[in-house]
Ligand binder design. Structure first.
Ligand code: AHG
Ligand code: MN
Ligand code: MN
Length: 342
């Protein structure tokens, strides 16, 4: 699906068209998405130079709030996001995977209508070996008064998302987003430095042909999860015996993107040492759940929709089963007896 010269459309003009559908819109949301696309362009450029430039590859020597090693590019991408987002005062508070506490934004110049939570660089352990990494973001509306921003504004469930998206820094850089109606993908043309519409209204297949899970954790899964993966591989019990193929990159954005387009399911189940799962609800699972549902798929924590879960803190973790609707619903049913836990 490559754009033809007749319908070349930049992400900025696509977002403006969205704004025209809402005549009362202030332009704040449009400006915010444009800010995010600028951040994506800057990060993309740096990721592409990672093997060449000094002081880009490798670890910073510190760990983040999750206890994970912070890479130089994690820090760079985080700073770019903080600098680029809400430049016109549209954002009142933002939260990042890389920062223990949320950042209150000075909104003297603007409405402070929006809340943004992001994973600036997803899959960062893959940077040093030139494997795809990404960025994930979710946008919520401020709930309370601008002069009293608090946890109720920040800690909102996925069902309240206004928009969500991700950027994949792969063989080409792509920006994929949804504002609830349709999921749209834009591919970066490096010659002109623009994201051009390449995948309009993405729909994910109803049934999966591939599954993605880190199978090294198999001994630490519950019996129910072990049974699920066995059946993904060999075909469902009582079915036609046709199993799926396996694909696992270890970058959520890259695994999710491939599965969204080709039809797949991604699992990050709880393990004995991580009974709450590994992935973060607010900056990873909820935005991806919002996107997959807008594309016709489904996301669950094993017992209920990811979008229903009220976060109790910015860095809350959650088990994740996400992708083609038919298969995720089946996994949820398989897990319902075990309550999703191990
Ligand atoms: P991050 O780099 O933002 O910390 O995220 C890494 C995540 C995610 O991208 C991926 O799906 C998962 O970690 C892989 O974990 P395992 O190495 O345990 O499979
Ligand atoms: Mn991540
Ligand atoms: Mn990250």
């Amino acid at each position: 699906m490559s754009p033809s010269p007749r319908d070349l459309q930049t992400i900025e003009s696509h977002i403006l068209e969205l704004q025209r559908m809402h005549p009362s819109a202030s332009g704040d949301f449009t400006g915010l998405l444009n800010d995010i696309s600028l951040a994506a362009k800057i990060i993309s450029q740096q990721v592409n130079r990672a093997g060449l430039a000094e002081n880009i590859l490798g670890a910073t020597g510190s760990t983040n709030v999750q206890g994970e090693e912070v890479q130089l590019l994690d820090e760079f991408a985080n700073n770019v996001f903080i600098k680029c987002i809400g430049t016109r005062g549209q954002v009142c508070i933002m939260g990042s995977e890389e920062m223990a506490d949320p950042v209150l934004v000075d909104t003297r110049e603007g409405s402070g209508s929006y809340v943004v939570v992001f994973d600036p660089l997803d899959g960062s352990s893959n940077i040093d070996v030139n494997v795809s990494v990404g960025t994930i973001f979710g946008i919520w509306r401020r709930r309370g008064r601008l002069d009293r921003i608090n946890d109720a504004d920040l800690l909102q469930p996925g069902s309240e998302l206004v928009a969500a998206g991700y950027v994949i820094y792969g063989s080409s850089t792509m920006f994929v987003y949804t504002a609830g109606h349709g999921v749209h993908g834009f591919t970066m043309d490096p010659g002109i430095g623009e994201f051009l519409l390449s995948h309009e209204n993405i729909r994910t297949p109803f049934s999966a042909c591939m599954y993605s899970v880190n199978e090294a954790y198999e001994p630490r899964w519950s019996e129910e999860v072990q049974a699920i993966v066995r059946q993904l591989k060999n075909g469902r019990d009582g079915g036609d015996g046709k199993g799926m193929t396996a694909r696992y990159i270890g970058s959520l954005v890259a695994d999710f993107h491939r599965n969204l387009l080709k039809g797949g399911v991604f699992l990050y189940p709880p393990t004995q040492d991580r009974p709450g799962g590994k992935l973060r609800l607010m900056c990873e699972a909820a935005p991806m759940a919002f996107i997959v549902e807008a594309a016709g798929g489904y996301a669950s924590d094993g017992t209920r929709s990811i979008l229903e879960i009220e976060p109790d803190n910015l860095h809350a973790r959650v088990p994740l089963y996400i992708g083609c609707r038919d298969d995720v619903l089946w996994m949820e049913k398989m897990l319902s007896g075990s309550n999703g836990s191990i």
